[in-house]
Ligand binder design. Structure first.
Ligand SMILES: [Zn+2]
Length: 60
């Protein structure tokens, strides 16, 4: 495994880390018409428990 030869300066470390940014997650509107909540894509809707039109978990 490659190993850094020299310790990176604090300024360089901070300059790199200053580019880290949190991004807001992509949200979709639940396709269940009775629900319509904003949810994460590719997971069962946490509020109505459906995925691809099927009930996969119990609704909260
Ligand atoms: Zn839903």
């Amino acid at each position: 495994m490659a190993v850094p030869k020299r310790r990176m300066s604090r300024a360089n470390t901070h300059a790199r880390r200053s580019q880290w940014k949190a991004t807001a997650p992509t949200l979709i509107t639940c396709p269940n018409r009775a629900c319509g909540q904003q949810t994460l894509p590719h997971i069962a809707c946490p509020s109505c428990g459906t995925y691809k039109g099927r009930q996969v978990t119990s609704a909260v």
